[in-house]
Ligand binder design. Structure first.
Ligand SMILES: Cc1ncc(COP(=O)(O)O)c(C=O)c1O
Length: 192
């Protein structure tokens, strides 16, 4: 099963997500879950799989049976977003350029990034308190970057989670890189 919350709409030549990016099909990934609240900017999620799987979920999944369905207006918003994702690939290209720009800049600052082609770029910090202080420094400079700490991630791998979007500009990415450099300097000087 793949939970493609962060790949759907962003990765793959047509934005179809991780399966398209990695060239995987139904045989390798019999259950695909996608969320609609991220690249789609809407709400909700879907599961794609065999007829037996989908029928079983419809018949037995309690949250599906006992919860009010997604309102039609939200479904319409998701369909409109799907059209944009399919027809306006330039948004995705712009996002990928921002990702590359950010990664090149962060690497030249000596920040530790893990390999990721996605819009989410984790900067590994290690220490929980230090990650919080860095996030605070960034916020003071006008950048909202969450500090993700255990138990969400393994002990000793606290990180700053940079999330880029097609709505960002190159100037904003450069501004973030400057703010990261400055925040690192300040927190480093504080002896953390
Ligand atoms: C990997 C992953 N799966 C699922 C979800 C849940 O998405 P939603 O908030 O639309 O229910 C998230 C939300 O951050 C996520 O990161």
């Amino acid at each position: 099963m793949v939970d493609d919350a962060h790949g759907m709409g962003c990765l793959g030549a047509t934005g179809a997500g991780c399966l398209e990016h990695f060239g995987l099909g139904e045989n390798q990934v019999p259950i695909l879950m996608g969320t609609l609240g991220k690249a789609f900017g809407s709400y909700g999620a879907f599961v794609a799989g065999s007829e037996a799987l989908i029928e079983s979920l419809i018949q037995f999944a309690r949250p599906y049976i006992y919860t009010t369905a997604i309102p039609p207006a939200v479904a319409a918003a998701t369909r409109a977003a799907l059209r944009l994702l399919q027809e306006e690939g330039e948004r995705r290209e712009h996002l990928h350029k921002l990702v590359q720009r950010f990664r090149a800049g962060a690497e030249s600052l000596g920040l530790e990034l893990w390999p990721s082609p996605s819009a989410i770029q984790p900067i590994i910090v290690g220490d929980d308190a230090r990650a919080l202080r860095l996030a605070e420094q960034l916020r003071e400079r006008g950048y909202w970057v969450s500090a993700i700490r255990p138990p969400t991630v393994p002990e000793g791998t606290a990180r700053l989670r940079v999330t880029l979007s097609a709505a960002h500009s190159e100037v904003q990415v450069d501004g973030l890189l400057d703010a990261l450099q400055e925040s690192w300097r300040v927190v480093g000087e504080a002896g953390v």
